[in-house]
Ligand binder design. Sequence first.
Ligand code: QUE
Length: 311
Amino acid sequence: MGRVGVIGLDRAQALNALTLDMVREIDAALDRFGADPSVDVVLLRSENDRAFCAGGDMRHIRALCLREQFTEAEQFFSEEYRLIQRISDFTKPIVALIDGICMGGGMGLVMQCDYRVATDRARFAMPENAIGFFPDVGGSYFLPRMPHYGGYWLGLTGAQVTGFDAQTLGISTHMLPHADTEKFAETLCDAKVTLDRTLEMFCAAPGYQSSMLTLAAKTMCFDQSTLCSIKDCLRQRAGPEAQAALRKLDSVSPRSLQETMRLLRSGAKASLSECLDREFDAVQRAIRHPDLLEGVRAVLVDKDHAPTWQS
Ligand code: QUE
């Protein structure tokens, strides 16, 4: 093996949605790469071109909750969050190569990596409110730290971002043309070229980006401290983006929105470890609430996208 330890997500039929087995395999790979003195960089990537990672395996979580196997459901989140903390604490540099959809649990893994190299095919989102869940996986840590209140916008509306918007929000640290994906990975694995030099060779340093202005226009109402005032602000803005955000907020689980608001506001001043602990407390409530069953049913099982939320 070369100097790079590769972790490849390989569950194409489910867009690499994370199972408990995958979480344990990633953890075991970090054990090996951490202990192996010949490995000095870890590369986290997808083994297929369908997705980077669509999140956690929420269909399975729903099935467990329907059978009231709450302890088993909690086990998944507990080990997933422990892995996220471990990625954050890992002493060797971890490079995430994102070339496709990266949502929820996928964002959770990559946001704790040292280098987040995104191609023009990368799409990022935290869409959990749509399934009656909330942006977990460390979202209460990284979302309130994004500029222009962009994390509140992402986490509450589930909006997708790509390209310069993802770069401006600090989701990606480097941008790579999709066509260079394999050459980048090969060069990274070439022991003669350093990590820094590889990033320099393939990733253009972005200059001034006007996307900052359009992005700030989309997120400006999300500086308000209550959902009610965010919605009031959006109502007063005539543009199509404000109206889209408003429609989204009106369609997702009201309980999830309140939980998200509370976690993001308290997470702004907390450590990753504190955030993950609070998210785990919130998980215990969410998996026992009908909105999660109903949301996963509507979006991932029956796909009618017509959930009936409580209250
Ligand atoms: C919100 C989510 C998820 C989602 C859609 C949402 C999520 C998730 C998946 C997903 C998508 C495709 C699959 C799969 C899961 O979709 O967490 O197994 O094949 O994993 O609106 O949180």
